[in-house]
Design a binder for this molecule. Structure first.
Ligand SMILES: [Mn+2]
Length: 330
């Protein structure tokens, strides 16, 4: 390196960019949903600074937990911030169910090629329209980028996935990818949307989480107005001896307070053990003034940015137990 470069702080920083040895800390960031200004504020608070168009920190990197598109006012800007950080070697961006759904909207069903993997209902069309409008004639390029996003992250000392850490589903998808940890790509994408297939089940677990069916005839409304006949389960805990209300991921007093029958619990169900590394998820629309962990080694970083809540990060430095003092919000 010529000596005159050493005197320029910008050059120095560019050289550090992307060097994994120097990135000892990981900042996990939850659902952004098109809220680019809030994301900029959060990255600034975390100490990231622009270098050659990407937000960079000399000693840290980001793992984004997915759901960059839909719902917010600055969808394209959000994707651009995330993508430039990934391309600078300063971030990993996982796939969320909203990215998966955007690709599925344009993917023909393997068993019925005249239909798309994601059925075009009115409610879903309303949800995806702002994303399609924001991406305009660059849509194809962005869909191709989204389709190669990895579905999970595991550094050995920390893990992340959009909704639920499910080892069986991860094994299944890894086999589908020929043993690799990269994203699906558009060709394999189709294999995961065949209704009833093991691949479709695995994607559902990872990106939408575990669900427990409600008692027959009962249904709830989700935030988009669709009927739901299940609760989103606290997949990291055992359902044995719990009620629908207290086993739901986010508490809602309209959920039935009846015990969950043993027959709806999957036979291979294993809770997330206390000895496992910390795992970070997004997806669940948490509510409250201050983010906090769900268990000693489980945290959700989706605190409802699309309903006026904060974007949430967790500053991870190798600890085996999640510390409530290390959440950062914007
Ligand atoms: Mn989600």
């Amino acid at each position: 390196m010529p000596a005159d470069n050493e005197s320029h702080p910008e050059v120095q920083e560019t050289r550090l960019k992307g060097d994994a040895r120097l990135q000892s800390g990981i900042d996990f960031i939850g659902d952004v949903h098109g809220h680019a200004s809030q994301l900029r504020t959060l990255l600034d608070r975390l100490g990231y600074r622009p270098v050659d168009g990407a937000m960079v920190h000399s000693e840290r990197r980001v793992v984004f937990l997915g759901d960059y598109v839909d719902r917010g006012p600055e969808i394209r800007q959000t994707l651009e911030i995330v993508r430039t950080m990934v391309e600078a070697g300063n971030a990993t961006a996982l796939m969320g169910n909203h990215e998966y759904n955007a690709i599925a909207w344009f993917t023909p069903r393997p068993d019925r090629p005249n239909e798309s993997c994601r059925r075009h209902t009115e409610i879903r069309r309303r949800l995806i329209t702002p994303t399609l409008e924001a991406l305009g004639d660059e849509l194809e390029n962005w869909l191709a980028w989204m389709s190669q996003l990895p579905l999970w992250f595991d550094s050995g000392s920390a893990r992340a996935v959009h909704a639920a850490w499910d080892p069986g589903s991860i094994r299944h998808i890894r086999d589908l990818l020929g043993g690799a940890d990269h994203g699906l790509g558009r060709s394999r994408m189709q294999a995961t949307c065949k209704p009833g297939s093991q691949a479709s089940h695995a994607i559902h677990q990872l990106l939408k989480g575990r669900e427990i069916p409600l008692p027959a005839g009962m249904s709830l409304r989700d935030p988009e107005g669709s009927h739901r006949s299940h609760i989103r389960a606290r997949w990291f805990e055992s359902p044995v001896g719990r009620t629908y209300r207290d086993y739901a991921f986010t508490r809602d007093d309209s959920f039935p307070d009846d015990p969950i029958p043993a027959e709806v619990v999957p036979k291979d169900f294993v809770p997330y053990a206390a000895s496992e590394p910390p795992v970070f998820v997004g997806h669940y629309w948490m509510r409250g003034d201050r983010p906090s962990r769900l268990a000693r080694n489980v945290a959700c970083l989706d605190w409802s940015v699309a309903r006026g809540g904060p974007i949430v990060a967790y500053r991870f430095d190798g600890e085996s137990e999640i510390d409530d003092a290390k959440f950062v919000t914007a």
